[in-house]
Write a protein that binds this ligand. Structure first.
Ligand code: PMP
Length: 381
């Protein structure tokens, strides 16, 4: 199979990730933080080391401010419902995934004002409007680091400068960028960072995380056993226990650790450069097909490895189906859980075909995919 659906979840994973999950289940299968015996201690150590590794990767000073979640969606919901109260205003963008859009819509139904800053038809944020919205001192700006539809990288650091100056909380959805793009929470002015463990970080599905700056108090969405202060029926105030209740996904966390180790050993910028190269090949190849419309910026610069396109007069779902059935190419079609972004780029009715290369794809695979798309065009409707 040619797997070009890495924006949904990366596959394959590095060999060390499979091994780490297996080893964890076999030799560290006890409950971390919930027992004094040696296997529970080994599991706790693994969780601790993974927290530290992620903190290093994202420039987080205190690793305890980072908690593990089920995925980026879980992390975003924890953050939105943990900080926003009726009467608050939140500012977001017109390129958000439903992980943000649906959370802020629920908040809106509870009395929160939601302002959506528009983006251009290529997905670029209207910075002047964002600036004006921040100047009104909302409770928070909630924005994606990169669109999962066009790959457009948002000016998070620029926004972060303004939010920091005006004391506004900046919550960033790094589902598409964690592990691939450079993220430094302090340098970029990010107060809260939500990320997936199963995409760029190369860990297993059902993993993610949330970083919360020390000064921000998040009301926990879930409460319960933390292995600490067991004599009390009140949720601990301290992190990470405050936001981490119940048995964690230790095998998943082991997988994230192995994924981060792989990224550090390979070099994050080498991974990013390879993905950009493959993305560029796709963009150049698709632009040569007159029937194809490519969305977002037309070059690989300023975008992640996500390429959305349509073919004139052809149904996107049908194209993805034929790529799978006739060519064994895995991609995604439709709205990619991001109707706002499709509204912005003008594809709400048609959806797009999304090709998202990952580090393990090859130039040959991109070449074969372009041949397949050209053949589909030649075969007509
Ligand atoms: N935000 C964006 C921009 C995404 O691309 C995704 C995944 N499609 C999510 C949030 C949700 O991530 P997860 O699947 O880890 O919940």
């Amino acid at each position: 199979m040619i797997y070009l659906d890495n924006a949904a979840t990366t596959w394959p994973k590095p060999e060390c990730v499979y091994q780490a999950v297996d080893t964890c289940l076999r030799t560290m299968g006890a409950n971390p933080g919930r027992g004094g015996h040696s296997m529970a201690r080994a599991a706790s150590m693994l969780v601790y080391e993974t927290r530290e590794a992620l903190a290093m990767l994202f420039g987080i000073v205190d690793a305890n401010q980072l908690v593990f979640t089920h995925n980026a969606t879980d992390a975003i919901s924890m953050a939105v419902f943990g900080i926003v109260r009726p009467g608050d205003t939140v500012v977001t963008t017109a390129m958000e995934h439903n992980a943000v859009a649906r959370a802020v819509r629920v908040a809106e139904s509870q009395g929160v004002t939601v302002k959506i800053v528009p983006c251009s038809s290529t997905g670029q944020l209207a910075m002047e409007e964002m600036e004006a919205a921040i100047r009104e001192k909302p409770k928070a700006v909630i924005m994606t680091h990169a669109s999962n539809v066009t790959g457009t990288i948002m000016p998070v650091a620029e926004v972060g400068k303004l939010t920091k100056k005006l004391g506004v909380t900046l919550l960033v959805d790094a589902a598409q960028t964690a592990g691939v793009e450079d993220i430094d929470v302090a340098a970029m002015g990010i107060n809260i960072l939500a990320f997936s463990g199963h995409k760029g970080l190369l860990g297993p599905q059902g993993t993610g995380g949330l970083y919360v700056q020390e000064t921000i108090n998040i009301r926990p969405l879930r409460v319960g056993g933390t292995g600490s202060l067991s004599e009390s029926d009140i949720q601990p105030e301290f992190m990470p226990d405050r936001l981490e209740s119940g048995t964690p996904n230790t095998p998943g966390i082991a997988g994230i650790k192995a994924g981060v180790d792989f990224i550090l050993a390979t070099g994050r910028s080498k991974i990013q450069a390879k993905e950009m190269e493959l993305t560029n090949l796709l963009l150049v190849g698709l632009r040569k097909i007159p029937e194809a419309t490519v969305y977002g910026q037309q070059t690989a610069h300023g975008r992640t490895s996500v390429v959305s396109f349509t073919l004139a007069g052809r149904d996107s779902g049908q194209i993805a189906h034929l790529l799978d059935k006739n060519y064994n190419i895995a991609c995604r079609s439709g709205l990619h859980c991001a109707p706002w972004a499709h509204q912005t780029i003008g594809t709400l009715k048609t959806g797009t075909v999304r090709l998202s290369p990952g580090y393990f794809n090859t130039e040959e695979e991109i070449g074969q995919t372009l041949v397949a798309v050209r053949e589909l065009v030649a075969q007509g409707g």
